[in-house]
Write a protein that binds this ligand. Structure first.
Ligand code: PLP
Length: 284
């Protein structure tokens, strides 16, 4: 039986007491995080929970727990659910209150909900690469907030799936921003290029790990936006996220990237990433 966390309690899914008046339902008024679990341990937990607090602060919401308390809750969920490789999902909504747009009275406390789930590494994609489709970025202008409002991302991902692809790559005003649930990177003449961490993208934790690895490996990086034409001329392309890790992209809008196989720099970064996670799952 899977144990969830809601509003201060660990409980079974069937006993979850979720209000229809939760502002997460009405407005997507909340923020969330997904944290990877390798070998029963949270990966880059501090970075994720720190971003959760930043997202909450950007929507003027106070989380009724400390960062350490949330990490402890996440660890407990991993333990009681015996998750070895998987992830934690945690969301915080502005709480339950009759439906009006403005914030509820201060006495309404934000609701924290979380679960831990087994989820193996997507090794087929990581090894073989994936196809992506470019889609117009119609999201709002605060993509830096990891908000529950994901409708534009959902529609874009579906458009990609309908085209037989696993990810949509957003293009806004003639520039590539990121994926619908990932960050996007190109490699040209040995340089890794990715959109800067502005309000137009989520500054992914995996993105930050990759930039750190580039620095350690001496791989030059340019944090700048690039056009779809530049994207199509990249030697290599890859996407990153907590669950997708570093996934090579081999087809963009049905056209092969470089040689049509995962590139050398992508492989180098994947190997370095695998060294960051416990050995027992690195080659899972
Ligand atoms: N960009 C978007 C829009 C996302 O939804 C995600 C993850 O879900 C990412 C980027 C990657 O972020 P992270 O590496 O922190 O998982």
């Amino acid at each position: 039986m899977t144990i969830y966390f809601i509003d201060g309690q660990f409980t079974s899914k069937d006993s979850l007491n979720i209000s229809i008046d939760d502002r997460g339902y009405y407005f997507g008024d909340g923020v969330y995080e997904v944290v990877k679990v390798y070998d029963g341990e949270l990966f880059t937990a501090e970075e994720h929970f720190s971003r959760l607090f930043q997202s909450a602060s950007k929507i003027k919401m106070t989380i009724p727990y400390s960062e350490q308390q949330l990490i402890d809750i996440a660890k407990e969920l991993v333990k009681v659910n015996e998750v070895e490789t998987g992830h934690i999902y945690m969301q915080v909504t502005r709480g339950a209150s009759p439906r009006v747009h403005q914030f509820p009275e201060l006495s309404v406390a934000p609701v924290v909900t979380a679960y831990a789930i087994h989820n193996p590494r997507p090794l087929t994609n990581i090894e073989g690469g994936v196809s992506v489709k470019s889609v117009e970025d119609v999201r709002w202008l605060r993509c830096d907030i990891k908000s529950l409002n994901l409708l534009a991302n959902v529609l874009a991902k579906q458009e990609a799936y309908d085209a037989g692809c696993v990810e949509a790559i957003f293009v806004r005003d003639g520039l590539v921003t990121e994926g619908s649930s990932s960050n996007a990177f190109g490699v040209k003449d040995g340089v890794v290029i990715t959109h800067p961490a502005t309000n137009l993208i989520l500054n992914g934790i995996t993105r930050q790990v990759v930039l750190k690895l580039c620095n350690e490996l001496g791989i030059p990086v340019e944090e700048r936006a690039f056009t779809p034409d530049e994207m199509n001329a990249m030697d290599e392309f890859f996407i990153t996220s907590t669950t997708a890790e570093i996934t090579p992209v081999v087809l963009i809008d049905e056209k092969p990237v470089g040689s049509g196989a995962p590139g050398q720099i992508t492989r180098k970064l994947q190997e370095a990433f695998a060294r960051q996670i416990p050995l027992s799952v690195a080659g899972e």
